[in-house]
Write a protein that binds this ligand. Sequence first.
Ligand code: TYD
Ligand code: MG
Length: 455
Amino acid sequence: MSKISKAFFCQNCGYESTKWLGKCPSCEQWNTFVEEVIDTGKSAQQNSWREPRKGSGHIISLDDVESGEQKRILTRDAELNRVLGGGIVPGSLVLVAGEPGIGKSTLFLQQALQLQNILILYISGEESEQQIRMRADRLKLRNENFYLLTETDTQVIFQEIKKLKPQLVIVDSIQTLQSRYVESTPGSVSQIRACTAELQHFAKSTQTPVFIIGHITKDGSIAGPKILEHIVDTVLQFEGDQHYLYRILRTIKNRFGSTSELGIYEMTGDGLRQVSNPSEMLISEKDEPLSGIAIAASMEGMRPMLIETQALVTHSVYGTPQRTVNGFDLRRLQLLLAVLEKRGGFQFGVKDVFLNIAGGLRVEDPSIDLAIISALLSSYNDQPVPHHYCFAGEVGLSGEIRPVNRIEQRIAEADKLGFEKIFISRVNRKGLDPGKYKIEIVMSGRIDELYRQLF
Ligand code: TYD
Ligand code: MG
């Protein structure tokens, strides 16, 4: 009789335990442990992809290892190439994570159909062949080297792969795959892990790049691809607000390139379209200046991007003033309000404050502080900030304006888009040549100084 071993897994982070636990010691979530069968006694043939890995089990001098750098596959999409660090690396395992419905299947179907000269296998466990065909028709793309397989059993998948010998494999999605060597249901932690391990083995031993699509939810409550992050080579996150058209493909981890890259897309009626100049689309055109609006010269990844910040400051009708944010960290807003109150003497304590980043974006760049402060003050005073002003600076606890990185790139972008003034920290002055730009560079050291310069 074969021995069956079981274990309990945290469905949130994948933590393994021999007994049930109420609270996960790793991610501190409650009630996330589920018992899963991890070994059905067939462990001798653990991987269904069994071909010896090239060079495995031998010691080799690093100098004798061939560098695979030159052989990257370039896709037709400049954004994707950049996000991957310069094209697809042979044998790499790339996880594409995103919320359901954000457009992962659309993006990768589109990418695959555009890659004309290599053999591609698209494995779908979610959609039927007809559905995929309909989507391809909608994207108005055709590709004779593109093959479909609607299957979820990894053994069958590898049999087909051996026959077809594709040069690129896309799996949509990892949550639907099922390995025969693990007995738990598809989508459970041990299944996701086992299937990814098999795909990794396949990718490394045949030098075929594999893209794995995985769903995550906002709170990460389903067995998510989070647990795969350390297995795969690259993690891309596809994000955006479903109510807006813009989507961002962000590198979270990349063994073959920088993690500060980012691709911007727009969802249209016939698929996703690259956005090569995001600043223009994020700033709304207005005839007359409105109060509470300020433009931040921020950086998204390595790219400068001008983003509109909007604030509304109103008199509070309830005892506790409200603070509501969209696309920005609430605690950061509270901190900035406290700085304005204490260092500038503005009475935000009796005001409701609403803050919004236009376009449904989420911004993490601290340089946006200065624009937010300006938007808040503008709404507080009900005095508009002129259209053609923009801001780049971080605000410190004592009300000082702190320097930000890549200031020249930010200034150049604002200059290119026709802004007339950019407000930055005085500390950023070093090494800056204002004569290079048409835009006027205004430097200030503290928020009260900025206030005098603005109003
Ligand atoms: P999908 O790729 O199925 O999302 P995911 O695989 O991440 O779950 O995309 C879903 C949404 O994209 C769907 O709600 C409709 C929209 N969409 C368009 O707006 N235009 C298009 O051309 C396509 C194919 C989809
Ligand atoms: Mg999908």
